[in-house]
Design a protein around this ligand. Structure first.
Ligand SMILES: C[S@@+](CC[C@H](N)C(=O)[O-])C[C@H]1O[C@@H](n2cnc3c(N)ncnc32)[C@H](O)[C@@H]1O
Length: 274
């Protein structure tokens, strides 16, 4: 897909994605900003910045923050959230920035298994001694939220090999090798677990439907079938009555707590030699 087409999927429900989904990941942004030491006057770039929560948090730490994303509708929200930051619509494979113009670059689930060239670009724009931080999903099949990921996975057969290549980044050694190939010196991975939390099944389904991957599944299944499948996953496929052992083990809807499901992120920081 050409980068100019990314907005078709990612931008179509930008406010829903920004306010119902991106916010759930605030601990991930804080953790990687800590690991990359983003603070006062850090020249900071977030690649594939989405609706810009990381840019906003970096700005609040006093960084000179810049965000770049292919989706014009997501970057409009990023710019509204951080009026003092520079927010660009563009392609992470051809960053419109000079060599060594940042101290730190990050990408939160924006650079995947096919992202070697994007990582090379990230390394190019960061000064020697600076660093590039990545976050990506852990093994989705082992997560409590897997039923929700499985809803997103209902794409056309032709899409699935591509998706497999993307998620390969979570396998042991793959992200480290991508960084090494890009000229970075990777550190040790860390793991962060957080919960997707929605007040009810309907909001959970709407939030899921607002993501880029949902666009492909909706095209394949149709919106009604997609939403029915998302509601079913959020309710919990095996709920036999609240309080049963099986419901406790597999159901995501808990009376009084809404929909809560744990996801796992992996964080990796690479240093630009110099
Ligand atoms: C999983 S989302 C992550 C967004 C954001 N980092 C967050 O934490 O919510 C992936 C993002 O990558 C962006 N994207 C996809 N291809 C891109 C490209 N070639 N260049 C720049 N951004 C791209 C999408 O628009 C989307 O915002």
């Amino acid at each position: 897909m050409a980068w100019e087409d990314v907005d078709t999927g990612w931008g179509r429900q930008a406010p829903t994605f920004a306010y119902l989904f991106e916010n759930l990941h605030w601990r991930e942004y804080a953790a990687l900003l800590d690991q990359t030491d983003v603070g006062t006057n850090t020249r900071y770039l977030d690649i594939a910045c989405g609706a810009g929560l990381a840019v906003q948090l970096a700005s609040a730490r006093g960084a000179q923050a810049t965000g770049l994303d292919a989706s014009a509708r997501l970057t409009a929200i990023a710019a509204a959230r951080s009026p003092g930051a520079a927010v660009h619509v563009g392609d992470m494979f051809q960053l419109p920035f000079a060599d060594a113009s940042f101290d730190v670059a990050t990408s939160f689930r924006g650079i995947w298994g096919n992202g070697r060239e994007a990582l090379r670009e990230a390394r190019r724009v960061v000064r020697p001694g600076g660093c590039v931080g990545l976050s990506f999903w852990g093994n989705q099949r082992r997560m409590q939220a897997y039923p929700l990921f499985a809803v997103l996975g209902q794409t056309a057969e032709s899409e699935r090999a591509h998706t497999g290549a993307l998620v390969s980044i979570s396998r042991p050694g793959v992200a480290e090798q991508l960084m090494t190939d890009a000229g970075l010196v990777p550190g040790a991975r860390t793991t962060l677990r957080l919960h997707w939390e929605f007040p009810d099944v309907e909001v959970a389904a709407q939030a899921l439907a607002s993501t880029g991957p949902a666009y492909l599944a909706i095209q394949h299944l149709g919106a009604e079938v997609f939403m029915a499948s998302a509601r079913a996953a959020a309710t919990g496929l095996y709920v036999e009555g609240l309080g049963s052992a099986r419901a406790a083990a597999t159901g995501l809807y808990v009376e009084g707590l809404g929909v809560r499901a744990e996801v796992e992120l992996q964080l990796l920081v690479g240093v630009v030699p110099g």
